[in-house]
Ligand binder design. Structure first.
Ligand code: PA5
Length: 360
């Protein structure tokens, strides 16, 4: 019998809105995002905004649009000279002022919380940049004279990740807040292209790490564990399982999880048997953390249904972060195929957005 994920017709029929195809084009989307960002950075009003070093960087957005900020934080975990804060909600935190650089990011441009944060940023006099494919955020930024980085339309917000992450990184590069981005990006693209061959739909299940991950997680509730420098990546993986595969999934960060989460695995076997634990690894963890991670894995072994390690690829932080994201993204789509659900629509999100007390 054919392995279920090797039936390309079935993959296409279930993934009818084409999530996999968009995911597979991540390297090209990153290059396109770089071009858009470079054009944006040529604009006089943008140059003016970036002249002085900000005291903090804030990414205000929700869901798929906030993940770019999370990845920025992961990528620069050990090197950012200024705090990077991801703000999800109606209001910015009180420490944000006119010295802060705020990215108001909403792919659709119509997310209530982000529009409210945008207004908050403008009224506090923050240096603000809008990132959107249009919608109300596009209109409001024009009205307030706020530079707007326009993204291509027609994607699911979470599938627009290359556009929601790389331009932010390039803007930091322009302000000399990061170093070596160009070299890191080159390596990341090389790593992603190599990984793409491995996870492509044409690559048989037995040799395909994304298909194997999806198969092992099938009929379980995934819990993704990661060291702090990959907490955004783990959140991305969890949310991709939620939104693409349409399953509950959770994320916990190490070493904090050693101090609470782990005790849950002393619980009733019938509950634990429905969980899978996925550990994100990069081989360069602090040895103190690694030793405890080994103990934790030992505690989980035989209690959870599935225990997996997923390893980052590449040397640089950017390649490692993006390779894990890529593998998780594709695995979440294969998992959707196993469940027979189209990964793209997210009806529950639309329903909740539609229940706004103050509709657009
Ligand atoms: O992935 C999704 O579709 C969601 O998480 C959205 O990103 C979230 O609802 C916010 O919408 P937008 O990205 O358009 O601001």
């Amino acid at each position: 019998m054919e392995a279920p994920l090797d039936d390309l017709e079935r993959v296409k029929t279930v993934d009818r809105s084409g999530m996999l195809e968009v995911q597979m084009s991540m390297p090209e989307a990153l290059l396109n995002a770089r071009r858009l960002a470079e054009e944006f950075l040529e604009r006089g009003e943008v140059k003016g905004l970036l002249e002085e070093e900000p005291s903090a960087l804030v990414v205000a957005g929700m869901g798929g649009s906030a993940i770019g900020g999370e990845l920025l934080r992961d990528w620069l975990f050990g090197s950012s000279p200024i705090p990077i804060h991801v703000s999800r909600g109606y209001q910015l935190p009180s420490f944000i002022d006119e010295m802060s650089l705020v990215f108001a990011v909403s792919y659709s441009g119509n997310t209530e919380e982000t529009l409210s944060s945008f207004q908050d940023a403008v009224s506090r006099g923050c240096r603000t940049i809008a990132v959107t494919s249009g919608g109300r955020l596009g209109e409001m930024s024009a009205r307030h004279g706020v530079p707007c980085l326009r993204l291509p339309r027609g994607l699911a917000p979470r599938a627009a990740l290359p556009y929601l992450f790389l331009p932010l990184a390039l803007i930091l590069d322009e302000m000399a807040l990061v170093s070596g981005l160009e070299k890191e990006l080159e390596e990341a693209l090389r790593v992603l292209r190599g990984l793409r061959r491995e996870v492509a739909p044409e690559t048989p299940q037995a040799d395909n790490p994304a298909k194997l991950l999806a198969l092992s997680l099938s009929h379980t509730i995934p819990v993704v564990y990661a060291p702090r420098g990959y907490s955004g990546v783990a959140l991305r993986m969890k949310t991709q399982f939620n939104e693409n595969s349409k399953v509950p999934a959770y994320r916990a960060v190490l070493p904090e999880a050693f101090h609470n989460d782990v005790v849950g695995y002393e619980g009733p076997r019938e509950l634990l048997g429905s969980l899978s634990a996925v550990f994100l690894r990069d081989g360069e963890e602090d040895p103190r953390l690694r030793a405890k991670m080994d103990v934790m894995r030992g505690l989980l072994e035989g209690r959870v249904r599935v225990l997996r390690e997923v390893w980052a690829r590449g040397e640089g932080r950017l390649a490692r972060v993006l390779s894990l994201v890529f593998l998780g993204d594709v695995a979440s789509t294969y998992l959707a195929v196993l469940y027979g659900v189209d990964p793209t629509p997210v009806e529950s999100i639309s329903m909740i957005k539609g229940a706004s007390a103050n509709p657009l």
